[in-house]
Design a protein around this ligand. Structure first.
Ligand SMILES: [Zn+2]
Length: 250
């Protein structure tokens, strides 16, 4: 059931059997009370946009399409999709947005190169091996305008932070209105935030380093919108900082 966390910020709750239940997020800047990113500051931020972050797993029930409808949107209303990383529970739902959605789809450059075959993930690594098979079996369909993004790049009113560890090209997108789209940088569990476990990641130490680095670089933000678990609508960066502080010595 889609839920508006704040004005113009929607949680699209793509349920299935955990752990394949995935949160997607929709940011409609025209409806946001603090759209952020004034033209004076951003220069070329332009008109308010509607952005979808991640698309879920293609078999999610409810699907991305029905969750969008629940929030009052159709695929044709989306100006862009931001992908936090290439994993099946985040990208295969894109197919459900066709044919109406024809905007750009952004993904961290290392995951883009993985998908185009310009970079090969390590063969002797559990997730590298998985990605080598997955990119052939579940490629992003050619119909989508897939674009790589680099660390520090701006996409409209979002700043990109490439946060490797879970994936080589995992990316976090922080909107100027203090909404951080965290993907699988952290998971929200009953006992609090954690980083993804080793089997689902390339390098857990790097996951931790990426949490630290985001806290240092992204400045304070309120909303911590992670793909698995319950999003935080306030104190987001404080919660990440507390998690990072717990890593010390560990
Ligand atoms: Zn995930």
């Amino acid at each position: 059931m889609a839920r508006e966390l704040l004005d113009g910020v929607w949680l699209l709750d793509l349920g299935l059997v955990p752990p394949m239940a995935t949160n997607c997020f929709l940011l409609d800047e025209a409806a946001m009370s603090r759209p952020g990113g004034s033209d004076a500051e951003g220069g070329s931020d332009g008109e308010p946009t509607v952005t979808l972050c991640d698309a879920g797993y293609w078999r999610n029930t409810p699907s991305i399409r029905s969750e969008l409808a629940d929030a009052g949107y159709g695929p044709g209303d989306l100006d862009r999709v931001l992908l936090t990383h290439y994993d099946l529970d985040h990208v295969t739902g894109l197919a459900r947005l066709a044919p109406e959605f024809d905007g750009p789809v952004y993904i961290g450059a290392p995951d883009y190169r993985l998908l185009t075959g310009d970079a090969d993930p390590p063969l002797l690594h559990h997730k590298g091996l998985f990605h080598r098979a997955a990119r052939r079996l579940f490629p992003i369909p050619d119909r989508f305008d897939l674009r790589p993004v680099a660390d520090g790049e701006r996409v409209g009113r979002f700043t990109v932070y490439v946060t490797p560890g879970h994936n080589l090209g995992h990316a976090v997108y922080v909107h100027d209105a203090d909404v951080a789209l965290l993907g699988d940088l952290v998971w929200g569990e009953a006992e609090g935030l954690t980083v993804p476990f080793w089997l689902d990641s390339y390098d857990v130490a790097e996951c931790r380093a990426s949490v630290r680095s985001l806290v240092e670089r992204a400045g304070p933000f309120d909303v911590a919108a992670m793909s698995h678990g319950t999003p935080l609508v306030e104190g987001g960066s404080d919660a990440l900082r507390a998690l990072a502080d717990g890593f010390e010595g560990g």
